[in-house]
Design a protein. Structure first.
Length: 300
């Protein structure tokens, strides 16, 4: 069972988080992607991991959900950031400091870290900047930051550039359904009912079109981490949908090549989401890399 939402001060802002499992168990930090709230980590996955002896922590990144929204900050256009005509209001590094600040507030010296999509960029940055805080890495549908790998299909880029703010819950829900018909998993049933429920709850918790643009700016301004990833010494599993149209599988493969000893797991038919039929296997993979991380720690 979840403990319910709590909030703590972190890196000069407030972070909303929720936990599953016993506080004394192995800490597992889940980091979500662009414009996506903590509730996108399925309850059943969190409960499964908690049942395997983990203290699961999921949280809202800045500018999403119930965490601080930087309403006074600019929301630069993607083109302006790509062309380096403007700087983003914050960087992926700042979001990584938010996450380590959450660990500080929870009095956790370190945690096993799972990052999906943008959350994977944040998780990698945590491991690079504060390696003692990361006991293992699970990187899902993400990439190295290099623009040479993990690039999206053109149709997805066009759709993203045409994104418009949604003023009502109905518009927001319809937009999410339309997006995931494009980027979701073609090899699995499209669960529109569950997706609509998640989209509606996300709208009610605090959807933020300007915050989405600020997070996108941080993504577009991120560096290529490849050379620094090559110096990591952390148990790592890279998980990628082989049909991912948003972050191409070349991104996951590049990560697995860069990080010494990393395990690559490709899911046939999976796109840029977490389809329910793979959640058990996903929990297996996370539990496996957590065990490897603990074994490494025991040898030190």
């Amino acid at each position: 069972m979840s403990t319910g939402i709590a909030r703590v001060a972190s890196n000069g802002i407030e972070i909303a988080y929720e936990t599953f499992g016993e506080p004394g168990n192995l800490p597992l930090l889940l980091i979500m992607g662009l414009g996506t709230q903590l509730i996108a980590w399925p309850d059943e996955l969190c409960a499964d991991l908690a049942g395997r002896g983990m203290h699961v922590i999921r949280f809202d990144n800045r500018d999403t959900g119930l965490s601080t929204h930087l309403d006074g900050a600019a929301s630069p256009s993607p083109a302006a950031v790509v062309l380096r005509r403007t700087e983003p209001p914050y960087q992926i590094d700042d979001m990584a400091r938010d996450a380590t600040g959450l660990l500080d507030a929870l009095e956790l010296p370190s945690a096993h870290v799972v990052g999906a999509s943008m959350g994977g960029f944040i998780a990698q940055t945590m491991a690079i900047e504060t390696p003692s805080r990361v006991r293992s890495l699970t990187l899902i549908m993400t990439s190295t930051g290099s623009r040479r790998v993990g690039y999206p299909r053109p149709s997805v880029v066009v759709k993203a550039l045409r994104r418009r703010p949604q003023r009502t819950a109905e518009e927001a829900v319809d937009a999410v359904v339309e997006t995931f018909k494009l980027i979701g998993s073609p090899g699995y049933p499209f669960d529109e009912h569950s997706l609509r429920d998640l989209a509606r709850r996300s709208f009610e918790r605090g959807q933020d079109a300007s915050g989405y643009l600020r997070q996108l700016a941080a993504i577009l301004a991120q560096p290529d981490r490849t050379s620094r990833l090559q110096r990591l010494d952390v148990a790592t599993t890279v998980i990628h949908g082989l049909s991912d149209p948003l972050v191409g599988v070349t991104g996951g493969l590049a990560l697995a090549r860069a990080i010494k000893g990393a395990r690559f797991v490709g899911f046939s038919g999976m796109g840029h989401d977490l389809p329910r039929p793979v959640l058990g296997q996903l929990a297996d993979e996370i539990a496996g890399v957590v065990a490897r991380g603990e074994e490494r720690a025991g040898r030190r």
